[in-house]
Design a binder for this molecule. Sequence first.
Ligand code: UN1
Length: 503
Amino acid sequence: MTDTAAEARSVLQRLGVAPAAYKDGALEVRSPIDGAVIGRVAMQGPAEVSDALARAEAAFQSWRSVPAPQRGELVRRLGEELRRHKADLGRLVSLEAGKIVQEGLGEVQEMIDICDFAVGLSRQLYGLTIATERPGHRMMETWHPMGPVAVITAFNFPVAVWSWNTMLALVCGDTVVWKPSEKTPLTALACQAIFDRTAADMGLTPGLASLVIGGSDAGMALVDDPRAAIVSATGSTRMGRAVAPRVAARFGRSILELGGNNGMIIAPSADLTLAERGITFSAVGTCGQRCTTLRRIIVHADVYDRLVPRLAQIYGRLPIGNPLDDGTLIGPLIDRAAFDGMQAALAQAKAEGGTVHGGGRALADRFPDAFYVAPALVEMPAQSAIVRHETFAPIVYVLRYSDLDEAIAMHNAVPQGLASAIFTNDLREAERFMSAAGSDCGIVNVNIGPSGAEIGGAFGGEKETGGGRESGSDAWKGYMRRATNTINYSTALPLAQGIRFDI
Ligand code: UN1
């Protein structure tokens, strides 16, 4: 059996984190693998937030004027460091967040990918030139850095989401103050150590990116501080509801990536073998704790009786276990609260007429202080209250439909709007689902599941998901401010709209 505490110590050492940072702080960090304490980290509060923002603001004064391609050089080197440390950082993600090794490594790969993306972007921060109505004039847009970005992240992607934000922010000329989840401070310390070493090697000004480990008082201090030009927050809709109005009240900018309730329509023409794989990875990957996790399957009546029993069979034989072991596909839930939340949701689903397959506690003898579960497949008679609610656990609700319009309406009739998918071989159905009258989500896939998005596309969603976009496409614009410039190179001063104003 793995000694998670010893492993965490040696990985942290290889990643260059000073032992003082995780030896005797007040915050006990437990590995979800076995519940063992793997670190003790100091808790910081509003005073440290204020100091970090002061440093970020000071660093911003010079960083904003460094040419963007040179800023990209920092990100290029960070990408190289991450390549070098991929195995260790991926393992630390497994130890601290409980992901299987493949997914821990995948998360670090996602960091490397956003570095590559951001390096390219550092030479592509372009604005438009616009035709003006005035002779001898030119109109254009220039994009400028915004200031310090407060990055608030969740336990489930403890390193990738920081890098989505930080790498873009850095090439955009912004600086960063990061508050990670209190459940995953060790991976945050490791990222910060990598960052600090790289920035120091390059002789860069301190304070470009810093870390504050703390609770909601630290988070709210970031949210309320006008020096944080942008607040990029990832987490529950409840958290977003607390954050968004406070940032808005001071006219700050927010980028919100909140809850999902991701659905998939299985049409009569669907390739069911492909669908089974798509469903299983999306529904049970990361033990159902991704914001993109598949939570609802809307299955056509003609294929329901072929697909659902097969899924129940697959679910029954998925390897649940220590995420560090080869072959494990389902690791633990993050903690007891997640387990209790899952059981409460299953009880409610039963009360609402559902038939539950699986969903019980697993491996309690071997790991009495950890929370492993069998993934749950829940057949529901209708899209009742519990189905419309996001439970962060491996529960997938199965619903039946007979008409595509009805399926799309059902698909959209939830408060969240992150990711969605349709499995169909019918071109008309696929295009319908992607059209203006189709899925209302930010991510709309055909013949692949809703989770596991790659860097390159904009990531985020609508409604209670918060509306933010991160990572790919033109998400960089969220980290910059736009100036519209009108330049007069004539000897006259014509006014727009033909206004005459002679003095
Ligand atoms: C999250 O769960 O917060 O698309 C992010 C995915 C991953 C990112 C998930 N690339 O599932």
